[in-house]
Design a protein around this ligand. Structure first.
Ligand SMILES: Nc1nc2c(c(=O)[nH]1)N[C@H]1C(S)=C(S)[C@@H](COP(=O)(O)O)O[C@H]1N2
Ligand SMILES: [Mo]
Length: 347
């Protein structure tokens, strides 16, 4: 039987994908993690009422209706989206935020338009440095702060799409219907859902979601002194067997996924002895930039007992997953090897 999503909060909706649902290359839309700061509209906005405004440091501000967007050249791109806080609850020292384990990530094939094509239609002004995004979700909390964030214009022009399809279906309401940003290879926080306004700016957007959170900082440090969370770090984890699973001796196939944001995953190694020795794993399945890669390792185990299984990814830039995740106040970017260990019992 299919396991349900693990709901961490209902309002706003925050839910993660059960580990075994992450074995396929494409994560099912109905099982894709949900991460929200605000309230999702109950009903999808009628397309006749929706428009996309592009303004700011541009030659001519424009409004596009949905039909105009869909008639533009199409982008079809596989991309893994991971919440900045995925893996937070696996850190040894507590960090504040949703208690993600491994399921704050998913891989999908997205259909949409290149943001570059739209920005070329409005024409960038000389001073264009950042591009900010605003969605239609309703802020929660008395302060009423909207989820507004910006990305550098270089990222917006090189590898960012606005998606209206997810795995061949219209973008589901939960995931940003009718249009969302995907800054390819960057964390979910850079991927605004329910997009209706793009503002080209001469500096990064300043506001709560840019300045106070989605930054890496230590206790006693000013959040604004921390670096903004952008590209995904190299990471892998095991999707089979599951944590605490009991298995008969014999051949056991380990499965997992690995991703490296804008870089490619170069190598996966597996340890079945808690890190003493490492063995190469084999890539299986599709290979696309920005998407995750699946891998396997056939482990022939003869002796009964408890085993700690680890996986270690190296990317095309030579970066490797650290043995332990780098702690920070908000618990972002946990790609630690030990934090993602899986213990199994061989009987
Ligand atoms: N408008 C809007 N866009 C948003 C958010 C939000 O709260 N509001 N959350 C962001 C965060 S933090 C993440 S991780 C992703 C999650 O996308 P998903 O729910 O489709 O998985 O959406 C991003 N886009
Ligand atoms: Mo996120």
């Amino acid at each position: 039987m299919k396991k349900k999503m693990r709901v961490m909060s209902e309002k706003p909706l925050n839910a993660e994908t059960p580990n075994e649902q992450l074995r396929s290359w494409v994560t099912a839309n109905s099982m894709f993690f949900s991460r929200n700061q605000g309230e999702i509209m109950r009903e999808p906005i009628p397309l006749s009422e929706w428009e996309l405004i592009i303004e700011g440091k541009v030659k001519r501000a424009l409004r596009f209706n949905f039909d105009q967007v869909v008639r533009m050249p199409k982008a079809i791109v596989a991309n893994a989206v991971e919440c900045s806080g995925n893996g937070r609850s696996l850190l040894k020292e507590k960090a504040s935020g949703n208690s993600w384990t491994t399921g704050g990530v998913g891989n999908a094939v997205w259909g949409g338009v290149w943001l570059k094509d739209l920005l070329e239609r409005v024409g960038l002004d000389g001073g264009a440095k950042h591009v900010s995004f605003e969605g239609l979700d309703k802020p929660l909390g008395s302060a009423g702060i909207r989820f507004v964030r910006s990305i550098p214009v270089e990222k917006a022009m090189s590898s960012t799409i606005l998606a209206y399809e997810m795995n061949g279906e219209p973008l589901p309401l939960q995931h940003g219907y009718p249009l969302r940003v995907l800054a390819l290879g960057w964390t979910g926080a850079n991927c605004t859902k329910w997009l209706n306004k793009v503002t080209v700016m001469d500096r990064p957007f300043s506001g709560f979601y840019m300045d106070e959170v989605y930054r890496i900082f230590q206790k006693g440090e000013d959040p604004q002194s921390g670096t903004v969370v952008t590209g995904l770090k190299v990471k892998s984890f095991i999707t089979q067997p599951l944590q605490d699973e009991s298995l008969p001796a014999g051949p056991i196939t380990l499965l997992g996924v690995a991703y490296a944001g804008e870089a490619n995953v170069k190598r996966i190694e597996v340890s079945v002895d808690n890190g003493k020795t490492w063995n190469p794993a084999t890539f299986i399945g599709p290979y696309e930039p920005f998407a995750w890669r699946q891998w396997q390792y056939v482990w022939v185990v003869k002796k009964r007992g408890n085993y700690t299984l680890l996986s270690r990814a190296t990317d095309s830039e030579g970066r490797q997953q650290p043995l332990n995740g780098h702690w920070n106040v908000l618990g972002y970017g946990n790609n630690g090897i030990m934090e993602h260990a899986v213990t199994v019992h061989v009987r």
